[in-house]
Write a protein that binds this ligand. Structure first.
Ligand code: NAD
Ligand code: UFG
Length: 337
C-alpha cells in the first residue's frame, strides 16, 4: 500500500517507516518539523536502503497544502501521528494543544474524505483510560477522566472519528492505544530526541547515563505497587512500529472501526526500569526519590490479547532490549540528531 504518514519525522513515525518499507509498503511523510529533524528521515532511508523517503514539509492544518498533496498522490491509507504530545506543556498551553491536535485532525479527515481516502490509523494513547477501572486494561475498559489537555485531545479525537465512521461506514478506522513506547532502532541511528528537559522516564535515564543530567528524580515511592513506584507497560518502539503494519490488515479486511491496546501486557515499576538499565548497560544511574508528579496514576498496563488474536501482532522485545537500544541510541548520539 502507499501510505500517507503524518508526523513521520517524529519518534514513532520514523521507526514505523522502516517497518512499512520492510513489509513492502511505500510512504510519503508530511511533517511541519515542529518537534523533529529531517535528519531522522535521511537515516531512515539509509537503514531501509533507499535514496530517500518522500517528504513534504507542511502543516496538516494547512488545507491547501494537504489538498495539493492528495491531488498529486494516491494513498491507500493514512497513519496519523502528527500532533503535540507533551503532557506538562499541554497544561500550560491548552489552546495551542487543542488547536493543533483537533484542527489538524479535522482538516486531515476532511481532505481525506474529499479525495476518497477513508482508511486511517490513529495514534491514540493509554491516557484515554484515565485512572483505569480494570487492570490489566482491556479495550472494553471504560474511558476515564483525562487529567490534561493532551489526553483530552486523544479522547475527543477518538470520539470524532468513531462518530465519522458511524455516519459513513466506508471509513475504516483503527485506533491504536499505545502504552509507553521506549527504546530505539537497534542500529542506534534513530531514536527519541526530546527538546530540553525530558518529561518521560527513559529519555531522562539515558541523559543521566550520558552525563547530561546529574540524577533521575523518581516521582513518588508511596504508590500501592510492590516497591511503591509507578508501574507502566513499556513497549519497544520497534514493536510499536510493527503494530502499525499489522493494523493495515484491519483496513485491508475493511473492518470498519477497530480499537487495540498496543503494549506488552507486563508492568514494570520505575525502579525496575532503572535497575534493568543499570544491569543491561553496566552504567550507574544515580536517583533521588521526589514527591509524586501531579496527574500520575499508580498502575497502567494492558491486556494485549485482542491485537494478538485479530492482528496476529505480539511484542517481541522485552525490557532488556528496550534498555539496550535506548542506551545504544543515546551514547552514539549524545546530542540527538
Ligand atoms: P513526536 O513529537 O516525535 O512526533 C510527532 C510529529 O508530528 C513531529 O515530527 C512533529 O513535528 C509533527 N507535528 C506536530 N504537529 C504537526 C502539524 N500540525 N502538522 C504537521 N506535523 C506536525 O511524537 P511521537 O512520540 O512520535 O508520537 C507520535 C504520535 O503518537 C503522537 O500523536 C502522540 O501523541 C502519540 N503517542 C505518543 C506516545 C509516546 O509516549 N511517545 C504515547 C501515546 C501516543
Ligand atoms: N517518572 C519518574 N521520573 C521522571 C519521569 C517519569 O519517576 O523523570 C515516572 C512517572 O512518575 C511514571 C513513570 O515514570 O510513574 C512513567 O512516566 P512517563 O512520563 O515516562 O510516562 P507516562 O506513563 O506518564 O505517560 C506516557 C506519555 C503519555 C502517554 C502515556 C501512555 O507521556 O503521553 O505514556 O501510557 F499517554
Amino acid at each position: 500500500m502507499n501510505i500517507l504518514v503524518t508526523g513521520g519525522a517524529g519518534f514513532i513515525g520514523s521507526h514505523t517507516l522502516i517497518e512499512l518499507y520492510k513489509a513492502g509498503h511505500t510512504a510519503l511523510v508530511v511533517d511541519n518539523l515542529y518537534n523533529s529533524n529531517p535528519e531522522a528521515l535521511r537515516r531512515v532511508a539509509e537503514i531501509i536502503g533507499v535514496p530517500e523517503i518522500p517528504f513534504i514539509k507542511a502543516d496538516i492544518r494547512d488545507r491547501e497544502a494537504l489538498e495539493d498533496i492528495f491531488s498529486a498522490h494516491r494513498f491507500d491509507a493514512c497513519i496519523h501521528f502528527a500532533g503535540l504530545k507533551a503532557v506538562g506543556e499541554s497544561v500550560a498551553k491548552p489552546l495551542e494543544y487543542y488547536e493543533n491536535n483537533m484542527n489538524g485532525t479535522f482538516v486531515l479527515l476532511d481532505v481525506m474524505r474529499h479525495h476518497g481516502c477513508k482508511n486511517i490509523i490513529f495514534s491514540s494513547s493509554a491516557t484515554v483510560y484515565g485512572d483505569p477501572a480494570i487492570i490489566p486494561i482491556t479495550e472494553e475498559c471504560p474511558k476515564g477522566q483525562c487529567t490534561n489537555p493532551y489526553g483530552q485531545t486523544k479522547s475527543m479525537l477518538e470520539q470524532v472519528m468513531i462518530d465519522l465512521q458511524k455516519a459513513d461506514p466506508e471509513w475504516n478506522l483503527v485506533l491504536l492505544r499505545y502504552f509507553n513506547p521506549i527504546g530505539a532502532h537497534p542500529s542506534g541511528r534513530i531514536g527519541e530526541n526530546p527538546n530540553g528537559i525530558p518529561n518521560n522516564l527513559m529519555p531522562y535515564i539515558t541523559q543521566v547515563a550520558v552525563g547530561k543530567r546529574e540524577r533521575l528524580g523518581v516521582f513518588g515511592n508511596d504508590y500501592p505497587t510492590p516497591d511503591g513506584t509507578g508501574v507502566r507497560d513499556y513497549i519497544h518502539v520497534v514493536d510499536l512500529a510493527s503494530a502499525h503494519v499489522a493494523a493495515l490488515k484491519a483496513i485491508e479486511r475493511k473492518q470498519g472501526l477497530a480499537i487495540y491496546n498496543i503494549g506488552t501486557g507486563h508492568g514494570y515499576s520505575v525502579l525496575e526500569v532503572v535497575n534493568a538499565f543499570i544491569r543491561v548497560n553496566k552504567v550507574d544511574i544515580p536517583y533521588q526519590i521526589m514527591p509524586r508528579r501531579a496527574g500520575d496514576i499508580a498502575i497502567c498496563y494492558c491486556n494485549p490479547e485482542k491485537a494478538v488474536k485479530e492482528l496476529g501482532w505480539k511484542a517481541q522485545f522485552g525490557i532488556d532490549e528496550m534498555c539496550r537500544d535506548a542506551w545504544n541510541w543515546q551514547k552514539n548520539n549524545p546530542n540527538g540528531y
